[in-house]
Design a binder for this molecule. Structure first.
Ligand code: FPP
Length: 238
């Protein structure tokens, strides 16, 4: 309810604009995604200095399969390369990595790498990086409802106990706090199916900068602005 003077504990980012960044340079879209991956590294590394404990990034949505086969395959290759190249660095930098989204449609080799990185970094606690991969907010809620229905069917859950505190235990994000700040780059002012349940009280920042140009300085500026915002969580300020 008060004016926040602290950093957002959890920042979630919709990293948009890689394609346009590449098109503006007459380069293939994948070049933009590669440039975007470099920013991911930079922004993760900026988190401890800005007291951002949780960072969640939207890497691939359930809708992104509709892109060309070349782009989808290129993105999957890029994710594998990033996980392979960055694993040791993330471990050494105190980053705990998690993935959210539906893994069933992802290649088994990629899923293995995701599982291994989660295990490898499980004891880290400096920054909690969550990568949303084949993630959609509606899909996540639907999968949660399915798991919950099974628990009811098995007699493990009393339907009377389902409420807004028990339901999120079935979401992919069940171990994470809700995001305080959601940033979308590239000038688009849409949520695009990202963390629908979790962002109910988040602050939003829509930034014109394309993701490959989103530097750690811009990140620091946006995080700093959050401190000046008044958060009421539905209440009236006295
Ligand atoms: C949106 O830009 C971006 C994506 C769909 C992919 C995000 C992926 C990265 C930033 C690559 C690195 C990620 C990790 C985790 C290593 P867009 O392609 O929709 O851009 P456009 O709107 O300009 O076409």
């Amino acid at each position: 309810m008060s004016r926040s003077t602290t950093s957002p504990n959890h920042v979630a980012i919709i990293m948009d604009g890689n394609g346009r960044w590449a098109q503006m340079r007459n380069r293939p879209r994948l070049i933009g995604h590669h440039a975007g991956a470099k920013r991911v590294k930079e922004i993760v590394e900026a988190c401890p200095g800005l007291s951002v404990k949780y960072l969640t990034i939207f890497a691939f949505s359930t809708e992104n399969w509709k892109r060309t086969q070349t782009e989808v395959a290129g993105l999957m290759k890029l994710f594998k390369r990033y996980l392979r190249r960055e694993a040791q660095n993330l471990l050494n930098n105190g980053v705990r990595v998690r993935f959210i989204g539906d893994r069933t449609r992802l290649e088994p080799t990629l899923v293995d790498m995701m599982d291994n990185l989660e295990l490898l970094t499980a004891d880290n606690d400096l920054v909690h990086l969550t990568v949303a991969l084949n993630y959609g907010g509606r899909d996540e809620v639907a999968r949660a409802a399915r798991r919950l229905a099974y628990d009811v069917q098995l007699g493990k859950l009393d339907p009377k106990s389902i409420n807004d505190e028990t339901f999120p235990k079935y979401l992919d994000t069940h171990v994470l706090p809700d995001p305080d700040l959601v940033i979308r780059t590239s000038g688009e002012a849409r949520i695009s199916n990202f963390l629908l349940w979790q962002s109910a009280y988040a602050e939003y920042e829509f930034i014109d900068t394309l993701w490959p140009d989103f530097t750690d300085e811009i990140f620091a500026e946006v995080v700093g602005r959050f401190g000046a915002r008044e958060r009421r969580f539905g209440a009236v300020v006295a």
